[in-house]
Design a protein around this ligand. Structure first.
Ligand SMILES: [Zn+2]
Length: 287
């Protein structure tokens, strides 16, 4: 599932290309994914793009906003004059529009924004801008690692991180992925950060020492910043706002590396399920 670096990558692209455009028409092909009245966005100009954790907010100049969660396979793809020579990913996107295109925003200056979603778990909600913060998804979001420069949510400080871990006796990996506790960390970065910090994902969070908590905090920031530099991870269907894939999956530390050798100590990486999610670890240096 797209995590903070992926959604921030989309946000930056939309900030660059979508802001300033007027929405001329909205075609909703899958009503389940689009909640609210299309008339509330037609005619409005895109003012700003914000992000809270894995959620995006498109602010319009008429007092309305669109809150968007792309969930597993959502894609927001901008096509305009200035991007006509940009090739969209053949594998992850193919043609736009396609049978995975569920909402089409026709924009001024001959541009279009497509919302694609193969698995159809994502959502777009139209609501008054001052009501966005009341959506449970945004209201309940925990503080997020301060990776991206611009963020709407609260920043996760080392002190706050230690407080969250110290108060919990659940396994550390599902805890750091709990969006109500910490926003934006998903399976890829949780696996890689625990590997980097040398911590067993099954350890009860409140058994980590102050030194281990600090190492894990730094590792989370490190892997997310690294991913952000690689344009995110295109594990499922993630592409940026131009339809291009990210490359973090080619630079992951332990995620997806079952059966391969740990680069630190040559121990074979094993995979098991923890909290229902694929978990990868080196049983030698992760304690
Ligand atoms: Zn190892």
């Amino acid at each position: 599932m797209p995590e903070l670096p992926e959604v921030e990558t989309i946000r930056l692209g939309l900030q660059k290309y979508l802001v300033g455009h007027r929405i001329v028409n909205v075609q909703v092909r899958a009503p389940k994914l689009f909640q609210g009245n299309p008339e509330d966005v037609i005619g409005a100009k895109v003012k700003d793009i914000r992000r809270v954790g894995k959620g995006l907010i498109i602010d319009l100049d008429n007092g309305f906003s669109m809150a968007i969660h792309i969930k597993l396979t959502g894609q927001l793809i901008y096509r305009g004059d200035e991007t006509k020579n940009v090739q969209v990913s053949k594998e992850k996107v193919g043609q736009v529009p396609s049978n995975a295109t569920h909402v089409i925003f026709t924009l001024d200056k001959k541009a279009v924004l497509y919302y694609n979603d193969r698995r159809r778990f994502g959502w777009i909600k139209v609501l008054a801008t001052d009501q966005v913060g009341n959506l449970p998804f945004f209201r309940e979001m925990g503080p997020e690692p301060p990776v991206a420069k611009e963020m709407e949510g609260k920043a996760l400080t080392l002190e706050k991180f230690k407080e969250i871990l110290t108060k919990s006796n659940t396994a550390v990996k599902p805890l750091i992925m709990d969006q109500k506790k910490i926003g934006g960390i998903g399976n890829i970065y949780a696996n890689d950060a625990l590997f980097m910090a040398g911590i067993d994902p099954r350890r009860k969070a409140n058994t980590l020492t102050a030194k281990e908590m600090e190492a894990l905090y730094k590792a989370i920031l490190f892997v997310m910043e690294k991913s952000f530099k690689y344009g995110g991870a295109s594990e499922l269907n993630f592409v940026n706002a131009l339809g291009q894939e990210g490359e973090y999956q080619n630079h992951a530390l332990v995620y997806g590396k079952e059966g391969e050798k740990c680069p630190k100590d040559q121990t074979v990486i094993k995979k098991f399920f923890l909290g229902g999610r694929g978990t990868y670890m080196c049983s030698y240096h992760q304690k």
